[in-house]
Design a protein around this ligand. Structure first.
Ligand code: TPP
Ligand code: MG
Length: 450
Protein backbone atom coordinates (compact mmCIF):
# COMPACT_ATOMS: atom_id res chain seq x y z
CA UNK A 1 0.00 0.00 0.00
CA UNK A 2 1.19 3.49 -0.83
CA UNK A 3 -0.50 6.28 1.10
CA UNK A 4 -0.26 9.85 -0.20
CA UNK A 5 -0.84 12.44 2.54
CA UNK A 6 -1.46 16.15 1.93
CA UNK A 7 0.78 18.41 4.04
CA UNK A 8 0.83 22.11 4.88
CA UNK A 9 2.76 24.38 2.49
CA UNK A 10 6.49 24.39 2.74
CA UNK A 11 6.65 28.00 3.89
CA UNK A 12 4.40 27.30 6.93
CA UNK A 13 6.53 24.48 8.31
CA UNK A 14 7.50 24.37 12.03
CA UNK A 15 5.20 27.27 13.00
CA UNK A 16 2.29 25.16 14.32
CA UNK A 17 0.31 26.04 11.23
CA UNK A 18 -3.30 24.86 10.85
CA UNK A 19 -3.25 21.04 10.44
CA UNK A 20 0.53 20.85 10.69
CA UNK A 21 2.01 17.56 11.85
CA UNK A 22 5.29 15.76 11.37
CA UNK A 23 4.51 13.00 8.86
CA UNK A 24 7.76 11.15 9.56
CA UNK A 25 7.26 11.10 13.33
CA UNK A 26 3.59 10.16 12.95
CA UNK A 27 3.97 7.18 10.62
CA UNK A 28 7.54 6.14 11.39
CA UNK A 29 6.76 3.08 13.52
CA UNK A 30 3.78 1.90 11.42
CA UNK A 31 5.08 2.23 7.88
CA UNK A 32 7.93 0.59 6.04
CA UNK A 33 9.13 3.96 4.72
CA UNK A 34 8.03 7.59 4.95
CA UNK A 35 9.09 10.10 2.28
CA UNK A 36 8.26 13.76 1.63
CA UNK A 37 8.15 15.26 -1.86
CA UNK A 38 10.06 18.49 -1.30
CA UNK A 39 11.07 19.09 -4.94
CA UNK A 40 8.31 18.84 -7.54
CA UNK A 41 10.68 17.67 -10.27
CA UNK A 42 11.40 14.50 -8.25
CA UNK A 43 7.70 13.47 -8.15
CA UNK A 44 7.94 10.55 -10.56
CA UNK A 45 11.16 9.27 -9.00
CA UNK A 46 9.59 9.37 -5.51
CA UNK A 47 6.48 7.50 -6.72
CA UNK A 48 8.66 4.81 -8.35
CA UNK A 49 10.69 4.59 -5.15
CA UNK A 50 7.54 4.34 -3.01
CA UNK A 51 6.08 1.50 -5.11
CA UNK A 52 9.43 -0.30 -5.04
CA UNK A 53 9.74 0.07 -1.27
CA UNK A 54 6.20 -1.22 -0.76
CA UNK A 55 6.74 -4.35 -2.87
CA UNK A 56 10.40 -5.27 -2.36
CA UNK A 57 11.47 -7.61 0.41
CA UNK A 58 8.63 -8.10 2.87
CA UNK A 59 5.77 -6.07 1.31
CA UNK A 60 4.46 -3.25 3.49
CA UNK A 61 2.93 0.21 3.60
CA UNK A 62 4.80 3.30 2.41
CA UNK A 63 3.75 6.90 3.09
CA UNK A 64 4.50 9.86 0.83
CA UNK A 65 3.89 13.39 2.16
CA UNK A 66 2.87 16.02 -0.41
CA UNK A 67 3.32 19.67 0.69
CA UNK A 68 0.48 21.78 -0.63
CA UNK A 69 2.65 24.27 -2.51
CA UNK A 70 4.81 21.57 -4.13
CA UNK A 71 1.91 19.71 -5.73
CA UNK A 72 0.74 22.85 -7.53
CA UNK A 73 4.03 23.31 -9.39
CA UNK A 74 4.25 22.46 -13.11
CA UNK A 75 7.02 20.03 -14.07
CA UNK A 76 8.13 18.24 -17.27
CA UNK A 77 6.06 15.06 -17.68
CA UNK A 78 8.96 12.65 -17.83
CA UNK A 79 8.23 9.35 -16.06
CA UNK A 80 10.75 7.45 -13.99
CA UNK A 81 10.91 3.78 -15.07
CA UNK A 82 9.59 1.21 -12.58
CA UNK A 83 12.28 -0.17 -10.25
CA UNK A 84 12.43 -3.98 -10.57
CA UNK A 85 11.82 -6.01 -7.40
CA UNK A 86 14.21 -8.90 -6.71
CA UNK A 87 12.51 -12.22 -6.01
CA UNK A 88 15.45 -14.27 -4.69
CA UNK A 89 15.42 -18.00 -5.31
CA UNK A 90 16.87 -21.35 -4.31
CA UNK A 91 20.51 -22.00 -5.17
CA UNK A 92 21.70 -25.53 -5.95
CA UNK A 93 23.15 -25.60 -2.43
CA UNK A 94 19.78 -24.56 -0.93
CA UNK A 95 17.90 -27.25 -2.89
CA UNK A 96 20.37 -29.91 -1.80
CA UNK A 97 20.14 -28.81 1.85
CA UNK A 98 16.35 -28.92 1.75
CA UNK A 99 16.22 -32.26 -0.07
CA UNK A 100 18.67 -33.77 2.47
CA UNK A 101 16.69 -32.41 5.41
CA UNK A 102 13.44 -33.78 3.98
CA UNK A 103 15.01 -37.17 3.28
CA UNK A 104 16.23 -37.34 6.90
CA UNK A 105 12.88 -36.31 8.33
CA UNK A 106 10.01 -38.57 9.41
CA UNK A 107 7.58 -35.80 10.36
CA UNK A 108 8.09 -32.74 8.15
CA UNK A 109 5.62 -29.88 8.41
CA UNK A 110 5.27 -26.89 6.10
CA UNK A 111 3.71 -23.66 7.35
CA UNK A 112 2.49 -21.12 4.79
CA UNK A 113 1.93 -17.44 5.50
CA UNK A 114 2.55 -13.87 4.48
CA UNK A 115 0.87 -11.74 1.83
CA UNK A 116 3.16 -12.35 -1.11
CA UNK A 117 1.74 -15.44 -2.82
CA UNK A 118 -0.15 -15.93 -6.07
CA UNK A 119 -2.80 -18.57 -6.77
CA UNK A 120 -0.35 -20.26 -9.17
CA UNK A 121 2.28 -20.58 -6.43
CA UNK A 122 -0.29 -21.84 -3.94
CA UNK A 123 -1.51 -24.48 -6.44
CA UNK A 124 2.02 -25.62 -7.22
CA UNK A 125 2.87 -26.04 -3.54
CA UNK A 126 -0.37 -27.93 -2.91
CA UNK A 127 0.29 -30.46 -5.68
CA UNK A 128 3.86 -31.00 -4.48
CA UNK A 129 2.70 -31.56 -0.90
CA UNK A 130 -0.11 -33.90 -1.94
CA UNK A 131 2.23 -35.88 -4.21
CA UNK A 132 4.69 -36.34 -1.35
CA UNK A 133 1.99 -36.73 1.31
CA UNK A 134 3.51 -34.00 3.45
CA UNK A 135 1.28 -31.71 5.55
CA UNK A 136 1.05 -27.89 5.69
CA UNK A 137 -0.53 -25.68 8.33
CA UNK A 138 -1.59 -22.05 7.85
CA UNK A 139 0.00 -19.27 9.88
CA UNK A 140 -2.26 -16.96 11.92
CA UNK A 141 -5.00 -15.56 9.70
CA UNK A 142 -3.49 -16.57 6.39
CA UNK A 143 -5.75 -19.54 5.74
CA UNK A 144 -6.42 -20.57 2.14
CA UNK A 145 -2.92 -20.88 0.63
CA UNK A 146 -3.18 -24.68 0.82
CA UNK A 147 -6.91 -25.28 0.30
CA UNK A 148 -9.18 -26.28 3.17
CA UNK A 149 -10.16 -29.48 1.36
CA UNK A 150 -6.60 -30.62 0.54
CA UNK A 151 -5.56 -33.94 2.15
CA UNK A 152 -2.31 -32.11 3.04
CA UNK A 153 -4.00 -29.22 4.88
CA UNK A 154 -3.41 -29.51 8.61
CA UNK A 155 -5.33 -26.43 9.78
CA UNK A 156 -4.62 -23.01 11.27
CA UNK A 157 -1.93 -22.47 13.91
CA UNK A 158 -2.69 -18.99 15.24
CA UNK A 159 -4.42 -17.90 18.45
CA UNK A 160 -7.20 -20.23 19.49
CA UNK A 161 -5.84 -23.16 17.52
CA UNK A 162 -6.78 -26.61 18.74
CA UNK A 163 -4.36 -28.13 21.22
CA UNK A 164 -3.22 -30.98 18.92
CA UNK A 165 -1.74 -28.58 16.35
CA UNK A 166 0.23 -26.83 19.10
CA UNK A 167 1.69 -30.19 20.11
CA UNK A 168 2.45 -31.08 16.51
CA UNK A 169 4.48 -27.90 16.17
CA UNK A 170 6.76 -29.23 18.90
CA UNK A 171 6.67 -32.76 17.55
CA UNK A 172 7.61 -32.13 13.91
CA UNK A 173 11.26 -32.94 13.21
CA UNK A 174 11.50 -30.49 10.29
CA UNK A 175 9.52 -27.26 10.23
CA UNK A 176 9.57 -25.34 6.93
CA UNK A 177 8.12 -21.84 7.02
CA UNK A 178 7.32 -20.36 3.61
CA UNK A 179 6.49 -16.68 3.17
CA UNK A 180 6.70 -15.89 6.86
CA UNK A 181 8.68 -16.65 10.03
CA UNK A 182 7.57 -18.27 13.29
CA UNK A 183 6.61 -15.29 15.44
CA UNK A 184 5.11 -14.81 18.88
CA UNK A 185 1.53 -15.73 17.92
CA UNK A 186 2.27 -19.22 16.74
CA UNK A 187 4.85 -19.84 19.46
CA UNK A 188 2.39 -18.71 22.14
CA UNK A 189 4.51 -15.78 23.24
CA UNK A 190 7.95 -17.28 22.51
CA UNK A 191 7.27 -20.50 24.43
CA UNK A 192 6.63 -23.20 21.85
CA UNK A 193 9.38 -24.55 19.52
CA UNK A 194 12.23 -22.79 21.34
CA UNK A 195 14.61 -25.75 21.72
CA UNK A 196 17.72 -24.90 19.70
CA UNK A 197 18.20 -28.50 18.61
CA UNK A 198 15.00 -28.39 16.58
CA UNK A 199 15.25 -28.04 12.80
CA UNK A 200 13.60 -24.97 11.29
CA UNK A 201 13.99 -23.93 7.64
CA UNK A 202 12.85 -20.37 6.98
CA UNK A 203 11.98 -19.34 3.44
CA UNK A 204 11.51 -15.59 3.20
CA UNK A 205 12.69 -12.75 1.00
CA UNK A 206 13.58 -10.74 4.11
CA UNK A 207 17.14 -11.70 5.13
CA UNK A 208 16.79 -9.76 8.40
CA UNK A 209 14.35 -12.46 9.68
CA UNK A 210 12.77 -9.82 11.89
CA UNK A 211 9.96 -11.05 14.10
CA UNK A 212 11.22 -14.62 14.28
CA UNK A 213 11.29 -16.77 17.36
CA UNK A 214 13.08 -20.06 17.92
CA UNK A 215 15.99 -21.74 16.17
CA UNK A 216 17.04 -21.09 12.56
CA UNK A 217 18.69 -24.08 10.92
CA UNK A 218 18.71 -22.80 7.37
CA UNK A 219 17.55 -19.69 5.58
CA UNK A 220 16.44 -19.49 1.95
CA UNK A 221 16.06 -15.96 0.62
CA UNK A 222 13.17 -16.17 -1.85
CA UNK A 223 9.64 -14.97 -2.44
CA UNK A 224 7.19 -17.85 -1.93
CA UNK A 225 6.25 -18.39 -5.58
CA UNK A 226 9.87 -18.52 -6.69
CA UNK A 227 10.74 -20.95 -3.92
CA UNK A 228 7.81 -23.19 -4.82
CA UNK A 229 8.84 -23.23 -8.50
CA UNK A 230 12.22 -24.67 -7.45
CA UNK A 231 10.72 -26.94 -4.81
CA UNK A 232 8.62 -28.56 -7.56
CA UNK A 233 11.87 -29.88 -9.04
CA UNK A 234 12.68 -31.83 -5.87
CA UNK A 235 11.40 -35.39 -6.24
CA UNK A 236 11.62 -37.67 -3.24
CA UNK A 237 10.34 -41.18 -2.59
CA UNK A 238 7.29 -40.94 -0.34
CA UNK A 239 8.02 -42.38 3.10
CA UNK A 240 5.46 -44.45 4.97
CA UNK A 241 6.13 -42.28 8.03
CA UNK A 242 5.09 -39.19 6.03
CA UNK A 243 1.80 -40.85 5.07
CA UNK A 244 0.99 -41.78 8.67
CA UNK A 245 1.98 -38.37 10.01
CA UNK A 246 -0.03 -36.48 7.36
CA UNK A 247 -3.06 -38.71 7.87
CA UNK A 248 -2.89 -38.06 11.62
CA UNK A 249 -2.68 -34.27 11.22
CA UNK A 250 -5.41 -34.28 8.61
CA UNK A 251 -7.70 -36.33 10.83
CA UNK A 252 -7.24 -33.78 13.64
CA UNK A 253 -8.11 -30.94 11.25
CA UNK A 254 -11.13 -32.76 9.82
CA UNK A 255 -12.57 -33.40 13.23
CA UNK A 256 -11.86 -29.79 14.30
CA UNK A 257 -13.52 -28.31 11.21
CA UNK A 258 -16.46 -30.75 10.93
CA UNK A 259 -19.63 -28.66 10.87
CA UNK A 260 -21.96 -28.86 13.85
CA UNK A 261 -25.43 -30.28 13.13
CA UNK A 262 -27.51 -28.00 10.88
CA UNK A 263 -30.69 -28.77 12.79
CA UNK A 264 -31.98 -25.91 14.90
CA UNK A 265 -32.59 -26.11 18.60
CA UNK A 266 -35.73 -24.71 20.18
CA UNK A 267 -33.69 -22.05 21.98
CA UNK A 268 -31.85 -18.80 21.23
CA UNK A 269 -29.83 -18.23 18.04
CA UNK A 270 -26.39 -19.84 17.89
CA UNK A 271 -23.34 -19.20 15.69
CA UNK A 272 -22.93 -22.98 15.33
CA UNK A 273 -26.29 -23.17 13.58
CA UNK A 274 -25.45 -20.17 11.42
CA UNK A 275 -22.16 -21.69 10.23
CA UNK A 276 -23.75 -25.11 9.67
CA UNK A 277 -26.33 -23.53 7.38
CA UNK A 278 -24.11 -20.93 5.70
CA UNK A 279 -21.02 -23.00 4.85
CA UNK A 280 -22.82 -25.45 2.49
CA UNK A 281 -24.02 -22.48 0.39
CA UNK A 282 -20.50 -21.09 -0.14
CA UNK A 283 -18.83 -21.36 -3.56
CA UNK A 284 -15.19 -22.41 -3.80
CA UNK A 285 -13.96 -18.83 -4.12
CA UNK A 286 -15.84 -17.44 -1.09
CA UNK A 287 -13.84 -15.04 1.05
CA UNK A 288 -14.17 -14.10 4.69
CA UNK A 289 -12.97 -10.86 6.30
CA UNK A 290 -12.43 -10.37 10.02
CA UNK A 291 -11.68 -7.79 12.69
CA UNK A 292 -10.95 -8.97 16.23
CA UNK A 293 -12.91 -10.82 18.87
CA UNK A 294 -14.26 -14.22 19.87
CA UNK A 295 -16.77 -14.17 16.99
CA UNK A 296 -13.85 -14.61 14.53
CA UNK A 297 -13.17 -18.08 15.90
CA UNK A 298 -16.16 -19.55 14.04
CA UNK A 299 -14.52 -18.44 10.79
CA UNK A 300 -11.09 -19.76 11.77
CA UNK A 301 -12.66 -23.08 12.52
CA UNK A 302 -15.30 -23.61 9.83
CA UNK A 303 -14.91 -21.19 6.92
CA UNK A 304 -13.78 -23.23 3.88
CA UNK A 305 -10.82 -21.15 2.68
CA UNK A 306 -10.09 -22.72 -0.69
CA UNK A 307 -8.14 -19.98 -2.42
CA UNK A 308 -5.28 -17.57 -1.94
CA UNK A 309 -6.45 -15.20 -0.51
CA UNK A 310 -9.77 -16.14 0.99
CA UNK A 311 -9.23 -14.85 4.53
CA UNK A 312 -8.53 -11.13 4.89
CA UNK A 313 -7.92 -9.61 8.28
CA UNK A 314 -5.74 -7.36 10.36
CA UNK A 315 -3.10 -9.68 11.75
CA UNK A 316 -2.41 -7.28 14.60
CA UNK A 317 -5.96 -7.96 15.84
CA UNK A 318 -7.37 -4.52 15.19
CA UNK A 319 -11.12 -4.14 15.72
CA UNK A 320 -13.22 -2.33 13.11
CA UNK A 321 -11.63 -4.01 10.09
CA UNK A 322 -14.50 -6.37 9.23
CA UNK A 323 -16.99 -4.15 7.38
CA UNK A 324 -14.53 -1.86 5.52
CA UNK A 325 -12.44 -4.82 4.33
CA UNK A 326 -15.55 -6.71 3.20
CA UNK A 327 -16.66 -3.68 1.18
CA UNK A 328 -13.22 -3.32 -0.41
CA UNK A 329 -13.13 -7.06 -1.21
CA UNK A 330 -16.61 -6.96 -2.71
CA UNK A 331 -15.69 -4.03 -4.96
CA UNK A 332 -12.44 -5.71 -6.01
CA UNK A 333 -14.09 -9.10 -6.68
CA UNK A 334 -17.71 -8.37 -7.62
CA UNK A 335 -18.38 -11.99 -8.62
CA UNK A 336 -17.24 -13.56 -5.37
CA UNK A 337 -19.24 -14.29 -2.24
CA UNK A 338 -17.74 -12.00 0.40
CA UNK A 339 -18.69 -12.70 3.98
CA UNK A 340 -17.65 -10.77 7.04
CA UNK A 341 -18.20 -11.98 10.56
CA UNK A 342 -18.28 -8.96 12.86
CA UNK A 343 -18.75 -8.68 16.61
CA UNK A 344 -21.22 -6.21 18.10
CA UNK A 345 -18.37 -4.18 19.63
CA UNK A 346 -16.40 -4.52 16.45
CA UNK A 347 -19.31 -3.47 14.20
CA UNK A 348 -19.90 -0.35 16.31
CA UNK A 349 -16.43 0.91 15.42
CA UNK A 350 -16.78 1.07 11.61
CA UNK A 351 -20.26 -0.23 10.74
CA UNK A 352 -21.21 3.14 9.30
CA UNK A 353 -19.06 2.25 6.31
CA UNK A 354 -22.19 0.48 5.04
CA UNK A 355 -22.88 3.91 3.54
CA UNK A 356 -19.87 3.31 1.30
CA UNK A 357 -21.25 -0.12 0.34
CA UNK A 358 -24.54 1.48 -0.63
CA UNK A 359 -22.82 4.28 -2.53
CA UNK A 360 -20.58 2.06 -4.65
CA UNK A 361 -22.75 -1.05 -4.91
CA UNK A 362 -20.69 -3.44 -2.76
CA UNK A 363 -22.63 -6.57 -1.81
CA UNK A 364 -20.99 -8.33 1.14
CA UNK A 365 -22.89 -10.55 3.55
CA UNK A 366 -22.38 -9.04 7.01
CA UNK A 367 -22.97 -11.28 10.00
CA UNK A 368 -23.01 -9.41 13.30
CA UNK A 369 -22.66 -11.73 16.28
CA UNK A 370 -24.36 -9.78 19.04
CA UNK A 371 -23.36 -11.22 22.41
CA UNK A 372 -24.01 -7.86 24.10
CA UNK A 373 -20.42 -7.57 25.22
CA UNK A 374 -16.76 -7.19 24.39
CA UNK A 375 -16.61 -10.95 24.83
CA UNK A 376 -12.84 -11.29 24.46
CA UNK A 377 -12.09 -8.73 27.14
CA UNK A 378 -14.71 -10.16 29.48
CA UNK A 379 -13.02 -13.54 29.05
CA UNK A 380 -9.73 -11.99 30.24
CA UNK A 381 -11.55 -10.39 33.17
CA UNK A 382 -13.17 -13.68 34.17
CA UNK A 383 -9.83 -15.48 33.91
CA UNK A 384 -7.80 -13.04 35.98
CA UNK A 385 -10.48 -11.41 38.18
CA UNK A 386 -13.40 -13.86 38.31
CA UNK A 387 -16.80 -12.22 38.75
CA UNK A 388 -15.37 -8.69 38.38
CA UNK A 389 -16.89 -7.66 35.06
CA UNK A 390 -16.10 -4.06 34.28
CA UNK A 391 -16.80 -1.88 31.25
CA UNK A 392 -17.30 -4.78 28.86
CA UNK A 393 -21.10 -4.92 28.65
CA UNK A 394 -22.81 -3.36 25.61
CA UNK A 395 -26.26 -1.92 24.97
CA UNK A 396 -26.74 -2.36 21.25
CA UNK A 397 -28.96 -0.77 18.63
CA UNK A 398 -30.96 -2.88 16.19
CA UNK A 399 -28.26 -3.60 13.61
CA UNK A 400 -30.79 -4.92 11.07
CA UNK A 401 -32.61 -1.60 11.16
CA UNK A 402 -29.28 0.16 10.71
CA UNK A 403 -28.58 -1.92 7.59
CA UNK A 404 -31.99 -1.02 6.19
CA UNK A 405 -31.45 2.65 6.99
CA UNK A 406 -28.18 2.56 5.05
CA UNK A 407 -29.99 1.10 2.02
CA UNK A 408 -29.29 -2.64 2.33
CA UNK A 409 -31.12 -5.74 3.48
CA UNK A 410 -31.21 -6.34 7.23
CA UNK A 411 -32.72 -9.09 9.34
CA UNK A 412 -32.59 -9.63 13.10
CA UNK A 413 -32.55 -13.23 14.30
CA UNK A 414 -33.14 -14.20 17.91
CA UNK A 415 -34.38 -17.78 17.62
CA UNK A 416 -32.21 -20.61 16.35
CA UNK A 417 -35.06 -21.97 14.23
CA UNK A 418 -35.17 -18.76 12.17
CA UNK A 419 -31.55 -18.96 10.97
CA UNK A 420 -31.93 -20.96 7.72
CA UNK A 421 -34.68 -18.68 6.38
CA UNK A 422 -32.66 -15.59 7.32
CA UNK A 423 -29.60 -16.86 5.43
CA UNK A 424 -31.73 -17.65 2.40
CA UNK A 425 -33.34 -14.21 2.40
CA UNK A 426 -30.01 -12.42 2.88
CA UNK A 427 -28.34 -14.29 0.00
CA UNK A 428 -31.38 -13.64 -2.19
CA UNK A 429 -31.14 -9.89 -1.49
CA UNK A 430 -27.44 -9.96 -2.49
CA UNK A 431 -27.90 -12.05 -5.65
CA UNK A 432 -31.21 -10.71 -6.91
CA UNK A 433 -31.51 -7.17 -5.54
CA UNK A 434 -27.74 -6.52 -5.65
CA UNK A 435 -27.56 -4.90 -2.23
CA UNK A 436 -25.45 -5.73 0.81
CA UNK A 437 -27.17 -7.85 3.46
CA UNK A 438 -26.77 -7.96 7.22
CA UNK A 439 -27.84 -10.69 9.62
CA UNK A 440 -28.05 -9.42 13.20
CA UNK A 441 -27.63 -12.61 15.20
CA UNK A 442 -28.51 -12.17 18.85
CA UNK A 443 -26.69 -14.91 20.75
CA UNK A 444 -26.29 -15.71 24.44
CA UNK A 445 -23.41 -14.19 26.34
CA UNK A 446 -20.29 -16.30 26.94
CA UNK A 447 -20.76 -18.50 23.84
CA UNK A 448 -17.53 -19.91 22.38
CA UNK A 449 -16.52 -21.58 19.11
CA UNK A 450 -14.17 -23.88 21.09
C1 TPP B 1 -9.18 -0.95 17.86
C2 TPP B 1 -9.13 -1.95 18.97
N1 TPP B 1 -9.51 -1.58 20.22
C3 TPP B 1 -9.48 -2.48 21.23
C4 TPP B 1 -9.05 -3.76 21.00
C5 TPP B 1 -9.00 -4.77 22.15
N2 TPP B 1 -10.05 -5.78 21.93
C6 TPP B 1 -9.80 -6.97 21.35
S1 TPP B 1 -11.17 -7.91 21.15
C7 TPP B 1 -12.13 -6.74 21.91
C8 TPP B 1 -13.60 -6.95 22.11
C9 TPP B 1 -14.30 -7.31 20.84
O1 TPP B 1 -15.67 -7.26 21.08
P1 TPP B 1 -16.68 -7.78 20.01
O2 TPP B 1 -16.41 -7.17 18.69
O3 TPP B 1 -18.07 -7.65 20.52
O4 TPP B 1 -16.26 -9.30 19.86
P2 TPP B 1 -16.54 -10.56 20.84
O5 TPP B 1 -15.24 -10.85 21.49
O6 TPP B 1 -17.62 -10.19 21.79
O7 TPP B 1 -16.95 -11.64 19.89
C10 TPP B 1 -11.36 -5.63 22.30
C11 TPP B 1 -11.91 -4.44 22.98
C12 TPP B 1 -8.66 -4.09 19.69
N3 TPP B 1 -8.23 -5.33 19.39
N4 TPP B 1 -8.71 -3.18 18.69
MG1 MG C 1 -19.33 -9.02 21.30
Amino acid sequence: MVLFVGLIPFAHRDREAFQEFDVKAWFDTGAKRVMVLDHAERASEIVAEALFAAMSGRPGPVVVGLPEDVIRQQIPAELHPPIPVATGGMTIVDSAALADALAASSKPLFVTGGNDWTQGGADQLTSWLEKHQIPAAAEWRTEGTVPFSSPSYAGPIGYGRPRPTYDLLEETDLLIFVGTVPGDVITDGFLCRQDWNKKNFLVTIDPSLRGRSGPVSYQIVAKPDVFVRDLAKIELPVKDEWKTWTARMRAEQESFSALPPAVQSAGPARMDTLMANLVPTLPDDAMVTLGAGEHTNWAHRYFPTQRYASMISARNGSMGYSVPSAIAASLEYPGRRIVTIAGDGEFLMNGQELATAAQYGATPLVIVMDNQEYGTIRTHQERHYPGKVSGTQLKNPDFALMAQAFGGYGIKVERDADIPAAIEAALKAIDEDHVFALIHLVVEQRVKAY
